[in-house]
Ligand binder design. Structure first.
Ligand code: AMP
Length: 284
């Protein structure tokens, strides 16, 4: 039987629950999520367990990281299902605050990371990374973990958080965890629930095309711009409504590359019906 999961709703309760583990000499790993949990989220809890941390998850659909025309209201919510998955995975504390607990007074402070937010999703989602950096800072300050676990699925977000923690000297190690995929290769995402059956079939082409790009540009063999243009064209032909970007970037700075010489990622954001799908893979 998995040990019982403590469900806490307030910052005071969270700090109390974390302190009880710390008093026994344990380290703590925070897994921030927006809920609608799947195996990708569970893998982050497992990452914390593998490093000996007491896993603490948070579930909060953060309004400040959604644009006015984005899916905040429609975002899937399944608290009871999420708690069951967390308990089964071995998570020990879940922090599931109301909006009023996270934002009790109007915020006069924003954490803004520049550089790594300039390209990719940055221009398509104005204010998004400010919302993410600010809420993650709050969650880190509330839980004060030894480590924070984030998925490579949201690769730009991971670089934003690593940059923020480095620049602000937060005494927290950020651990990036590999993307968990469905058996056919589609990256798991809470937003995959929006896909119709036909769109679900089409969605798979994104991973296929990214792999073709990675194979083509590996070792500096071919120009990235030609390979990514061909892949974008193929996605539109397959039924994608829009390719916001599909590009090859330096794995750390996220600057676009035309010939691959350093560690690189193929990274993309697309639209398929009402769903925005993002994904990325390593080139090597
Ligand atoms: P979200 O609930 O979508 O905000 O995601 C919470 C965390 O889970 C983030 O660090 C994501 O990068 C991570 N995550 C989401 N999907 C996956 C996946 N398929 N594999 C690994 N991590 C993931």
């Amino acid at each position: 039987m998995p040990e019982k999961l403590a469900i806490v709703r307030t910052v005071a309760e969270l700090r109390h629950a974390v302190a009880a583990y710390r008093a026994t000499g344990r380290t703590v790993g925070l897994v921030p999520t927006m809920g609608a949990l799947h195996e990708g989220h569970v893998s982050l809890v497992e990452g914390a367990l593998a490093r000996g941390d007491v896993p603490v998850a948070s579930i909060f659909v953060n309004p400040t990281q959604f644009g006015p025309n984005e899916d905040f209201a429609a975002y899937p919510r399944d608290e009871a299902g999420d708690f069951a998955k967390l308990e089964a995975a071995g998570c020990r504390i879940v922090f599931a605050p109301a909006k009023e607990e996270m934002y009790p007074v109007p915020m006069l402070t924003t954490v803004k990371v520049t550089g790594v937010t300039d390209g990719l999703c940055g221009p398509f989602r104005p204010g998004h990374f400010d919302g993410v950096a600010t809420v993650v800072t709050k969650l880190l300050m509330m839980a004060m973990p030894d480590r924070g676990y984030f998925g490579e699925k949201d690769y730009q977000q991971l670089q934003v958080i690593k940059t923020m923690v480095r620049d602000l000297a937060m005494p927290i190690e950020i651990v990036g965890m590999p993307t968990v995929r469905e058996s056919d290769g589609l990256a798991m995402s809470s937003r995959n629930r929006y896909l119709s059956a036909a769109e679900r079939t089409t969605a798979l082409q994104l991973y296929r095309e990214m792999n073709t790009v990675a194979k083509t540009v590996r070792g500096g063999r071919s120009s990235c711009s030609e390979a990514t243009a061909a892949a974008s064209k193929a996605l539109l032909a397959a039924g994608f409504d829009k390719v916001e970007y599909l590009t090859v970037v330096d794995a750390e700075s996220l600057q676009p590359l035309d010939k691959v010489a350093s560690p690189a990622r193929v990274i993309a954001a697309t639209r398929l019906g009402r769903t925005r799908l993002i994904d990325n893979i390593a080139v090597d």
